[in-house]
Design a protein around this ligand. Structure first.
Ligand SMILES: Nc1nc2c(c(=O)[nH]1)N[C@H]1C(S)=C(S)[C@@H](COP(=O)(O)OP(=O)(O)OC[C@H]3O[C@@H](n4cnc5c(=O)[nH]c(N)nc54)[C@H](O)[C@@H]3O)O[C@H]1N2
Ligand SMILES: Nc1nc2c(c(=O)[nH]1)N[C@H]1C(S)=C(S)[C@@H](COP(=O)(O)OP(=O)(O)OC[C@H]3O[C@@H](n4cnc5c(=O)[nH]c(N)nc54)[C@H](O)[C@@H]3O)O[C@H]1N2
Ligand code: SF4
Ligand SMILES: [Mo]
Length: 884
């Protein structure tokens, strides 16, 4: 069997080799043959096999919470959808999809909705992710076409990363950047991000700019190129249009370095360096991601970047171009099939009657949608209004990931029919489903995904589905058949869908659309099974794929010229004020994936950052009288968020950073989206998730505790967060009410009085445990100072079949071998913790290489190397301080 597949996490799209035994994946490694990663995997990829067990999976269909057969569930879906369509028209039905679906799933969903049900209200979480880029590329190039290749990294002489923390979010690509810099010391790297991040480690220059001010910087680059005579006049006149207008708009908002430095709150000197480097370096790659896209003026920012590349003719050649880093494994595939509400299919949209008619003919569609549907935020508004009566949500968790999350929850609570296709047994969104459909997931699914560099790779089904889980494409086709569209949805395997998708891409194309994989429209089942990763376009002229687009200077606009856009920078729509004075930035952490439904199951991945947090500058900590680790609450007119504070100079004063990952499954009140207003970019509809606003206050807690229990439970406390371990679940708890009698508390909330206790709670400490048949059942450690024993060791005590007297005493006295304050795990691969690393640094290991030689940290996936370096400089600084 072919045991190679593709990682289901980020858009780098690494090839994975899986080792399968007895229908389970027992180990994974990087596929050396895959061009995206050449054998490497980051920490999330390396932990894939730890997240694939059948536990916590949704194993059978449910209607109104009752397990039913697939037949019953599908009949139910089809009958209720049909009833709503008959009563309220097709526009009352919507689908909300995901860049984590395979292209084949996506294709049939889009076809069913837009061609057969006749509703264009199909949108996807890519709206929250890539839609500003899609819109920006379309405006400039006449198509959603990312011109570059990963190989360009090896040729570049300047790399600018804008609003991207690639070290954590595109780790394998980042390592390629690290390697390129090592190979070519002249290669310069600039990071534009209000925060210092792990990615800043590689930067020759970091511009910690004012949030939302990027467009001005790129406008300035355009102005300075012109002023210094560094424009590529020949390229501009031969291949573009609209330059003059773009330049004069740029001059208005970015007249000179001094004024832009002031507006963006960066030093003139740093800004001048960027300008000098940009003006003088032909081989420039500009990478951009969510710091650009997730903005109420994201599309303009994308075009401000592209303008600079057009003005210099820096695209279509090795080592240069405006490079969008896509987020999800198949964000690109979703864009190909037309999964967004303003797209139609195969890079055609609703703006031309000819396209609509063409797709209609190709699909032989009986109920073709003829106008754009609602984009994500508007779609959920329409659900709230009651205009949309039924929504089928697939492979996304909108109750957590959409802005104004509390409102999204209310909208779904009042929706007549919520269908959720999901692979896990509990998610915040699944909890609201009327009909739940169990989906297969990575390792089981079979099909294709497209990564950031337009490379199509296979995800292969290596193990069989647990329980009644079925493929998403199958469920969609079964519903389609029940709605009467048997012939159009009678696929037996993903390859048949893929062929049709490929055929549509070439249908009446004749060079008019950049997305063309028509050379694959007759691909055989075997060939598809063995498909090697390949970059589109894949046509009769380029059957081996295409590395770079626009090498010929020809674009897909009516004039075949690329368009400059006039950019007038705008402030974020969410404005801070006296009530909500802090700028709220949200984003990702290294070891978690989105709403943690999968990565939250691997204990190893929760040790790097086991809890939600609020990163805050020391000045603000002082202003709000917060100590490091203190519990605090963020609030605004939409909601609130509670988590411990992390004080860091990496943050700008007046600005906060919180992770996007925690949901109600993992913490009481830590959904970042509940604070983000649903302000969107007028062109792309992408929400402004990076520039929220909030007030902050300390939470006056009376006690904090660690509770380990066999079964997860619900506790009425001010703050809780959960870490699933191998043998138990660990909670961190804190509350604003004093507990008078802890024994009673245990009785009430843990169902029994303690079997043993050490401290009685009078001095603020209380340690007790419950035993059942000699086995540890729960353990409660209430501490004032929060120095808790090592979690691994505690977890092991739950595995023991009986605990002898000594062990019990150790447990409560916490004098066990593992009784050191936990310390964060820095290297997840080898479980190396901060205290060990600091100790080694003090003993002389003063480089990442030496630490690696001694402790192994950083020697597998390398994702922690920036943190190792930060610890080295931090520890050394502390020592120097102490010696002064
Ligand atoms: N570990 C991990 N990796 C992931 C994911 C994950 O969940 N976990 N998700 C994947 C997905 S879907 C995506 S979309 C990508 C996202 O990848 P990234 O875009 O790298 O991720 P974010 O952390 O959301 O945001 C990037 C940076 O934008 C910065 N930023 C905020 N505001 C501004 C601004 O105004 N200007 C500039 N220049 N920067 C700003 C933030 O401080 C942050 O460091 O990651 C992918 N990879
Ligand atoms: N505040 C804030 N909000 C954000 C962002 C941010 O930076 N800040 N980033 C935004 C971005 S870029 C993104 S991409 C989104 C991501 O947000 P979501 O898409 O909501 O996050 P996921 O946790 O990836 O949700 C995927 C769901 O699909 C399930 N699943 C996995 N595989 C399959 C499958 O094969 N079939 C089915 N049916 N289900 C499956 C998973 O268990 C999970 O529940 O969040 C957005 N929201
Ligand atoms: S870099 Fe992305 S695709 Fe590669 S292993 Fe890590 S998460 Fe998976
Ligand atoms: Mo994303």
């Amino acid at each position: 069997m072919n045991d190679t597949t593709t990682c289901p996490y980020c858009g780098v799209g690494c090839g994975v080799k899986a080792q399968v035994q007895d229908q389970s994946i027992i180990a994974v490694s990087g596929d050396r043959e895959h061009p995206a990663n050449a054998g490497r995997l980051c920490v999330k990829g390396s932990a894939l096999h730890e997240t694939t067990s059948a536990s916590n999976r949704l194993l059978s269909p449910r209607v109104a919470g009752v397990e039913v057969s697939w037949d019953t569930a599908l009949d139910n879906v089809a009958e209720r959808l049909q009833a709503i369509i008959d009563r309220d028209g097709p526009g009352a039905v919507a689908m909300y999809l995901s860049g984590q679906l395979l292209t084949e799933d996506y294709y049939v969903a889009n076809k069913l909705m837009k061609g057969f049900i006749g509703s264009s209200h199909v949108d996807t979480n890519s709206r929250l992710c890539m839609s500003s880029t899609v819109a920006g590329y379309k405006r400039a190039f006449g198509g959603d076409l990312m011109p570059c290749s990963y190989d360009d990294i090896d040729h570049a002489e300047l790399m600018i990363l804008v609003g991207s923390n690639a070290a954590w979010n595109h780790p394998i690509l980042y390592q390629r950047m690290v390697a390129a810099k090592r190979a070519n010391p002249a290669l310069r790297v600039v990071v534009l991000d209000p925060r210092r991040t792990a990615t800043s480690d590689l930067a020759d220059l970091q511009l910690s700019l004012k949030p939302g001010s990027d467009a001005q910087i790129f406008n300035l680059l355009l102005v300075e190129l012109a002023r210094r005579g560094q424009l590529n006049e020949a390229y501009i006149s031969a291949h573009t249009e609209g330059f003059e207008a773009a330049l004069s708009a740029a001059q208005e908002s970015a007249p000179d370095i001094a004024s832009v430095a002031l507006d963006c709150d960066v030093s003139e000197q740093d800004l001048s360096s960027l300008v000098d480097w940009f003006c003088n370096t032909e081989k420039t790659l500009t990478f951009f991601s969510q710091g650009i896209n997730q903005s109420s003026s994201g599309t303009d920012k994308v075009n401000a970047i592209i303008n600079c590349h057009l003005a210099t003719g820096r695209l279509g050649k090795p080592g240069m171009g405006p490079f969008s880093l896509t987020g999800q494994p198949n964000a690109m595939g979703g864009r190909e099939v037309g999964g967004l509400a303003n797209q139609l299919a195969a890079h055609m949209d609703f703006s031309s009657a000819a396209s609509i008619e063409r797709v209609e003919r190709f699909w032989q569609a009986p109920n073709m949608a003829r106008a754009e549907g609602y984009k994500a935020v508007d779609l959920f508004d329409a659900i709230e209004r009651g205009e949309i009566k039924a929504v089928w949500i697939m492979a996304t968790n909108p109750v957590v990931s959409l802005p104004d999350a509390n409102r999204v929850r209310k909208a779904l609570e009042r929706c007549e029919l919520v269908i959720v296709s999901e692979c896990m047994s509990r998610t915040d969104t699944l909890d609201l489903a009327h009909i739940a459909l169990p989906a297969t997931t990575w390792g089981e699914k079979n099909g294709t995904v497209t990564n950031s560099e337009r490379r199509i790779s296979r995800q292969r089904g290596l193990i069989s589905a647990p329980g009644e889980a079925r493929h998403d494409w199958w469920a969609i086709c079964e519903v389609a058949k029940r709605l009467g569209y048997t012939q159009a949805f009678d696929y037996r395997a993903p390859v048949e869908i893929f062929r049709e998708h490929a055929a549509l891409s070439g249908f009446e194309n004749a060079g008019s659309r950049g997305f063309d994989i028509s050379a694959m429209s007759t691909i055989g089942a075997q060939e598809y099974d063995h498909l090697k990763p390949i970059q589109w376009p894949i046509t009769a002229d380029a059957p081996q794929g295409t590395e770079r687009l626009f090498s010929d200077g020809r674009f897909f606009t009516p004039s075949q010229r690329a368009r400059f856009l006039t950019i007038t920078p705008r402030q974020p729509a969410q404005q801070t004020d006296a009530d909500y004075p802090l700028r709220l930035n949200t984003g990702r952490i290294r070891d978690q994936w989105h709403t943690m439904t999968r990565t939250g199951r691997a204990a190893r991945l929760l040790q790097h950052r086991p809890e939600p947090f609020i990163e805050i500058h020391p000045q603000d900590a002082e202003r709000f009288q917060l100590k490091d680790g203190a519990l605090a609450e963020l609030f605004n007119d939409l909601g609130h968020y509670r988590a411990p504070v992390v004080i860091t100079t990496h943050q700008r004063p007046g600005e906060l950073f919180i992770p996007m990952h925690w949901s109600r499954q993992f913490s009481g009140d830590a959904i970042s989206g509940s604070l983000i207003a649903s302000e969107t970019d007028p062109v792309s509809g992408q929400p402004e998730s990076k520039q929220g606003r909030a007030g902050l206050r300390a939470v006056d807690t009376r006690w904090r505790a660690r509770l380990l229990v066999r079964q997860a439970l619900e506790l009425p406390v001010t703050y809780w967060t959960r870490v699933p371990l191998e043998h138990c679940t660990s909670y961190r708890l804190a509350d604003t009410h004093t507990v008078d009698n802890w024994d009673n508390w245990c009785h009430r909330y843990l169902g029994e009085a303690p079997s043993m206790r050490l401290h009685d709670g009078h001095d603020g400490r209380y340690r007790a445990c419950g035993l059942r048949d000699g086995k540890l059942n729960w353990l409660l450690l209430v501490e004032r100072d929060d120095a808790l024993p090592d979690l691994d060791w505690l977890d092991q005590q739950f595995a023991a079949s009986t605990l002898d007297t000594d062990q019990r005493r150790q447990l409560l006295a916490a004098t066990a071998p593992g009784n050191q304050p936990c310390g964060a795990v820095v290297c997840s691969c080898f479980q190396v913790r901060e205290p060990e690393i600091r100790a080694a640094v003090l003993a002389g290991a003063n480089s990442a290489e030496r630490l690696g030689a001694q402790l192994k940290c950083g020697t597998n996936c390398g994702s922690c190397i920036p943190e190792l370096k930060a610890l080295i400089s931090d520890t050394t600084e502390e020592v120097e301080h102490a010696l002064e």
